[in-house]
Design a binder for this molecule. Structure first.
Ligand code: IPD
Ligand code: CA
Ligand code: CA
Length: 271
């Protein structure tokens, strides 16, 4: 059964978390050998690579039939008929990590038929584990979590993130912040999209929006958000699919107001 298979996988990766915690907290104080990727702001450290390798080795040993998409090492497709694909972000929040900021996460998503069916997001420095499997509810450290009840933007805390390719859309980003500053209670930027979505799932934030997220940023946390009662749509108001251009996520109650506000922004990126 699907839920048994997903649970078995999430239970298994939980055993790897102490090793990842030890690795990431120790390495943060070492020379990280920082390199850049798509832009000068998009970093990869030796800890991203080490975490990626430990996770991929573990999954290949435990679930040799599954495919894996990992941010730093790419696609490890073993069997095109395999039911499950893991979608892994070995450190979500690398820029925070490289600056000694404790807000970063490790994200495990499980995909079946292109949709997330399970997720586990681990925050090594806060020692928090968020988990969900389709139809089974969402938990934080084993206790059920649920989205907030705030039902208007005026009383909502919104979180966002900025894509590494930000110069092409700088006016859109700043105009959107301007509108949210005027309409919401507050706006935050944590530096880890997986963490942002988990904090929407547990009701700390009421909504999240961000352009150009990759599947590994969102896959695990999307399963958690949905199971906690939240919702996520894209630039066309359709259910968010991994890799869509814009993610608008919320507790559901403010979704229409938040979406309308974000999609009404006028901008001129050529300035
Ligand atoms: C980044 C984080 C950040 C978001 C960026 C992502 P990374 O992931 O999730 O919050 O704003 O768009 O790329 O590079 O730290 O894995
Ligand atoms: Ca990421
Ligand atoms: Ca990453």
């Amino acid at each position: 059964m699907l839920s048994t298979e997903v649970k078995r996988r999430l239970d298994s990766v939980e055993q790897l978390l102490p090793q990842l915690q030890q690795l990431l907290t120790t390495m943060q104080h070492q020379d990280l050998q920082i390199k850049t990727k798509s832009t000068e702001r998009d970093l990869v450290t030796k800890a991203d690579v080490a975490s990626d390798q430990i996770i991929v080795d573990f999954l290949q040993k435990e679930f040799p039939e599954d495919s894996i998409l990992a941010e730093e090492s790419g696609n490890h497709t073993v069997n095109s008929n395999s039911d499950f694909t893991w979608c892994i972000d070995p450190i979500d929040g690398t820029v925070n990590y490289a600056h000694g900021i404790p807000l970063y996460s490790v994200s495990f998503g499980i995909i079946q038929n292109q949709a997330p069916v399970g997720g586990l997001v681990f925050l090594p420095q806060l020692n928090d584990i968020y988990r969900a499997q389709l139809g089974g509810g969402a938990t934080k450290n084993g206790k059920p979590i649920h989205v907030s009840n705030h039902n208007n933007l005026k009383s909502s805390m919104i979180v966002t993130g900025f894509p590494y390719q930000r110069m092409e859309m700088i006016d859109q980003l700043t105009e959107t912040i301007r509108i949210i500053l005027k309409s919401a209670r507050g706006i935050r930027r944590t530096g880890s999209a997986a963490l942002d979505l988990c904090w929407v799932a547990e009701g700390r934030f009421d909504g999240h929006y961000e352009w150009h997220l990759s599947p590994w940023d969102t896959c695990g946390a999307l399963a958690i958000l949905h199971e906690a009662g939240g919702t996520a749509t894209n630039q066309d108001g359709k259910p968010y699919q991994l890799g869509d251009t814009l993610m608008i996520a919320s507790n559901g109650h403010i979704h229409e107001e938040l979406s309308q506000t974000l999609l009404s922004v006028k901008y001129d990126n050529s300035r």
